[in-house]
Ligand binder design. Sequence first.
Ligand SMILES: [Zn+2]
Length: 354
Amino acid sequence: MRVFKHLLPSRILTTCFTAAIISFGASAAAQDASNTTEKGAFDLEAMKEKYSVRDYVYQPLPERGYNYYQIAENTYFVHDAFEHQVFFVTEDGVIVYDAIPGLAPHTLKAIAEVTDKPITHVIYSHHHGDHARGMHLYPETAIKIGNSETAELLKEANDPMRPVPDVVWQDDYVLDTGGLRLEFKDLGRNWHSHSDSLVYAPEQKILLAIDTFHADAAPWIHFGEAVDPIMTWRLPKIILDTYDFDLIITGHERMVPTHEHFETYKEMVEDMKRFTYEAASSLEFQKKAKETMIRYSDGQEHWIYKKALEAGADICAAKWEEKWAGRVRNVRLNSKENCQTMWIQLLVINPESH
Ligand SMILES: [Zn+2]
């Protein structure tokens, strides 16, 4: 999500709350740091049953304000009220993905509880402050990795909290270290920010895809403030066709997002696209558009455009809410705004790009 969100009351609350509990964190013991079977192997299904379910969202956080647990072999998930990030423990050290400012101090504590190995690498997901401004909290000796767009934007930002990466990659990159393999991919077209990329851990079957969607929830307003909404809606198919994954790390929500959550998200997007087209060709919309034309006279074209857009999006949103109510969280929260985004992108400025 964009830096802008830090200005919202809930984000401020989260940040303040997170800061307030840092001092209490040291005494808190790791809760459920591992999910293992009797034979000691990692039990993915048991982990998902506990941490990939809606109930977990509504459970109170531990007093220290964060929690962490194992989500795959040598892989840990740290979350506070609304953010999450992961770290991998390799034979040589620790690799941290993302630098969420409120979560980085908790991640450092969690790492110290899991291993005494040093942090060897830290990876930028993208340049946005709410994912990058924790970078200065990690050890200076850790190698910072980012794609070329992230590097360029951070150079421009000149922010001491988001130093320019040491390793800058373009198109593709593989980090093979201490028995861990991470495959980096720049799709060549961004969706959420101006510096998006994907990172895949094939052995763990985890895809790191920050700010792509919210698990078990309707899409965020304006699809996560997408810089390229069309690509945002193409992405689920691209990801599902390309990667074999069990879990998909997105940076927000306290539950662990799964392949199933992402499939549901894809279905929600496809439905909304379909309902946008259906709304545009419906008699109800034709009638409302005509009424709008009559109501607003010559010279009020701004009003005609806006009111017709609202009428079309409202029809789309009603159809979409009817289908999805009760199936995921926050169905009615952003449906009208998101149908408006769809209407503008699919029908006004990009009529042949679905
Ligand atoms: Zn973002």
